[in-house]
Design a protein around this ligand. Structure first.
Ligand code: ATP
Length: 360
């Protein structure tokens, strides 16, 4: 935080619909600033496929430096299928930031907002309110850029370390405890793995069990990822916090975003011991970019998560309240009949932003 107590936010709008959803999120934060004692200083910086196309780099050093100096990092979405490295992989500064800043806890909440249609029968009655915690610096992604491909075979190596897993589980238990304190009494923490087949996941589960013994107040469960997937689409309301390896989390968090209406609804945060990046779960959605159709809800809710994290980090009660105010405003906008084009409605980016701003 700077001398005048302004929270310095690094803004990386990115590619595709990234800038389209970032603009309303910033507008909402500015309104929060006008309504509260919070002050923000936004600094925009380049990152992503367009920057790579122009310069040959996914992001300049100045962007990394800005992220190091800022209190938090807001990111739209990065990467375009048409822009690739020579080895045919996409430009993903968001993944590079996870490694650079050791953002091991990928927090992917999936809460069904009342009035938003879920594809799951009964979800409107039971509700859905779960959080996937995706380890974000190792697992199969530890192999990113290091895989070996010959004409005959390809190999990628999955890595699970004690150092990261223990911090990941400590973070997950703390979140489960906070949610319990906020009223989620029937919840708990589920470890999702494939411990019946792979030694690495047996190791992962063993460390989870050790952490569970240190947190007897939290109800715990252990599930194999395949069985867990089936349960998630049958009874998602039975889940509270779930913790898993990077690749499993990559897949399951997109699925849980689908359970709550679509990619555009889901916020996310990548959190480490010191730094954190907040971005919607969705990608750059090139199929709808430039058409005013992008749903900014996930981005707006990611900004609310950022305020909650800043509140926790700096002991700022007003930031926690502001985060909740944004969530309530989003709920009110949907209760008022907003229906994004994403799930068959007629409301685009501008309508949704306007409705949330009005509800604020
Ligand atoms: P990535 O690999 O970066 O996750 P992707 O192309 O696999 O990218 P998305 O960009 O998230 O995934 O898009 C998946 C689908 O969801 C697309 O059809 C896209 O139009 C839709 N979508 C994603 N985000 C939004 C949004 N904010 N509003 C409306 N539709 C969206």
């Amino acid at each position: 935080m700077s001398a005048n107590n302004a929270l310095h936010i690094a803004v990386l709008a990115g590619d595709g619909i990234g800038p389209e959803v970032m603009a309303p999120a910033l507008e909402i934060l500015r309104k929060i600033e006008a309504k509260s004692d919070l002050k923000f200083r936004f600094t925009e910086a380049p990152a992503g496929a367009n920057h790579y196309r122009e310069t040959g780099r996914s992001m300049p050093d100045s962007t990394i430096r800005l992220c190091e100096e800022a209190d938090a990092i807001l990111l739209g979405a990065c990467g375009l299928p048409s822009v690739r490295y020579p080895d045919n992989t996409e430009i993903m500064p968001q993944v590079e930031l996870r490694f650079h800043f050791d953002l091991y806890a990928g927090v992917r909440p999936a809460r069904l907002i009342p009035g938003v249609p879920s594809p799951i029968v009964g979800a409107d009655r039971h509700g859905i309110d779960l959080v996937v915690i995706r380890e974000s610096t190792e697992g199969l992604f530890a192999s990113m850029g290091k895989g070996v491909v010959t004409h005959e075979e390809a190999r990628e190596t999955l890595v699970i370390t004690r150092k990261t897993s223990e911090r990941l589980f400590a973070f997950s238990f703390r979140l489960a405890e906070r949610r319990k304190a906020r009223g989620r009494l029937d919840g708990g923490l589920t470890c999702v793995d494939k411990a019946n087949v792979f030694k690495a996941f047996a190791f992962f589960r063993e460390m989870f069990d050790e952490a569970a013994a240190r947190h007897p107040d939290v109800k715990t469960d252990r599930l194999y990822v395949d069985a867990c997937s089936a349960m998630l689409v049958k009874r998602p309301w039975d889940f509270d916090v779930m913790v898993m390896e990077n690749m499993f989390g990559d897949i399951l968090s997109d699925m849980t975003a689908g359970l709550i209406g679509g990619m555009g609804m889901a916020p996310s945060a990548d959190i480490g011991d010191r730094y954190a990046v907040f971005q919607p779960c969705h990608g750059t959605a090139p199929d709808i970019m430039g058409q005013g159709k992008a749903n900014p809800t996930g981005m707006i809710l990611s900004a609310a998560m950022m305020l909650d994290w800043l509140a926790d980090k700096h002991g700022l009660e007003s930031a926690a309240e502001a985060g909740e105010t944004i969530e309530r405003a989003v709920d009110k906008a949907y209760a008022g009949g907003i229906k994004p084009t994403e799930f068959g409605g007629s409301n685009g980016t501008a309508d949704i932003a306007k409705a949330v701003l009005a509800a604020l």
